[in-house]
Structure formats: structure tokens, C-alpha cells
Design a protein around this ligand. Sequence first.
Ligand code: MEV
Length: 319
Amino acid sequence: MGGSRTGDLLSLVKASAPGKIILFGEHAAVYSRPALAVPVTQIHVDVEVLDSSRKGIWIQAPDIDLHAELGSLPADHPVGSVVLKVFSTLGISSAPALEISIASTIPVAAGLGSGAAVSVALIRALALHLSNPLTDERVNRLAFEIEKIHHGTPSGIDNTVITYNKPVYFIKGQPIETFKVGKPFTIVIGDTGIPAPTKESVGAVRHLRMRDQYTIEDIFNEIAQIALIGRRSIESGKPELLGELMDQNHEYLQTLTVSSPELDILVETARKAGALGAKLSGGGRGGNMIALVRQSNAEAVAGALISAGAKQTIITEVS
Ligand code: MEV
């Protein structure tokens, strides 16, 4: 993952960014509690930027059915806004003619970071093409600004784990902390297939907190403890302890009303099929769940999830 330039004559630049899952701490992260997230490299966004012979900035993103010239898109368009942001950051007033192509294997609105991954890969590729490669810190900052346009009050966890492509222990507004995985472990990701924009579930938690601030803050504090213990378990090579933590975290997310019947069914199915623990991951109310499994049991859990209605599963090793 990252960016590269091939052949100066053609001036083709490519960059990629991975998907992500949140192991612990979604939603509480928005209120400055710690959260743990890891990249998922089996799914990714790949961006190519090429000099063009036709005038304008042409964007092709077949996965979201986008084939358009930049000028025809609204200023807050999820892809167009990234291009405009890069131009304004680099002080480019008249951009060269470009063809931008975006391909993604990350399901959209599924809690796997597809929006942040498009931003990160596109920022990197465009900046590199314009001979202004950006540091990870700047890429992350720009991607966060884009997240704020589209997700209301994001914590910044998605753009951070995706930019750095490493496990992160994230606290909003604090310096980035990556952490080491003491012993690799296996996660099965199950997709409900139900699109669930993060903005909506984050808004629902905000309303809940407005009605009963003390109870919700207590829940955030419990989740923060889970994230902290989770980090210690991972670093000290005891990932098997994460199962129970996942179960507890899922219960708190249910209380925050961000689970859904479909997510609960998949979580329960994974446990019955032998997973050590399971929870929803990301914004919730649809999207994906994750289950901690023994490697030898991963296929069986993935199969059980499909039988229970999952549209797709991914087996990933966190290392
Ligand atoms: C989304 O992946 C995670 C949430 O906590 C929102 C955020 O932190 O920005 C639900």
C-alpha cells in the first residue's frame, strides 16, 4: 500500500489504501475514548492518475457508477471534493488535463472504511502526480478534513488506520500511537449486506447522549477500559483474551442502539460456530461484524455466517 510513479513519459501514478476494522471502541472514539483499529489489506482502493489528451479532469469510478468531468460534480461530491482539496492544498489554480481511475474492492457504507480509503489513495496519487508527494501526516490531515465533510463528527480513526496501514491505538486529537501484535490472530469479517452510513449511527448516539448524558458517558468509560485491556492482551501475545472483550463490547454497542437484528444474528452464529467472541465493527446498524477465531476454525465460522445470511466473509490475520 502506498504510492508509486511509473515511466516519466507516460506519467502514470498509482496509489492504494487498505480497508479497516475496528476491534474495540467505535462510537466511544467520537467522544475521545481510546479505540483499536487494524488495516485489512485483502480489500483495497487502487487509484491511477494519468496525463490526458482531452481537456479537463476526468474521473472514472465504476464501483460507484461515476464517469464524469470534475467541473460537472457538486463541490461536496465525495470524490470531487478530494480532488479539489488536493488542488487547494497544493496551491494549484489551473490543473493539468488528467484521467483519474478509482477501483475498489471495499464494500461501500459497510463499516470497512471505504470512504477514507478512497480519500487516502486519491490524495496520495494526485499529490505524487503533481510532483508534491505528501507525508503520511499531511495525507492523514487532508483525509480527516474530507471525512468531516461527509460524516459530520468523525473521530478520525478511519483515516488514521488507513493512512498508516498499521494497528493503531487511537484517541481523538492525540498523537498517533501504533502498537505491536505480540502473537498473530485470526478474525472473520461477516457482511450483513445492509448499507449503513456512519453519519446516521453517530447521529443516533449523539441524540441518546443528549437525553441521558451520565449513562452514556458511563458506557463510553466501560468501552474505554475494554479497548485498553484489548491493547495489552494483543501486545502481550494473549489474543485469546479478546473474545470475551468483544462480547462485552458488543453488548455495550447494543445498549447504544447501534446493533441491528441482522448483526446480532451473525454475532450469535459466529459464537455458536466456535468463535471465541464476536461484535459489530464500525458504525453499526448494518455493515459488518467481526469474530475472533482459532485459525483452524476460520473456514467453519465463515461458512456458518454465510448460511445465516452474511453476503460476504473475509478471513484476515492480524499480525
Ligand atoms: C467508524 O468506523 C467508527 C465510529 O466510531 C465513527 C468515528 O469514530 O468516526 C462509529
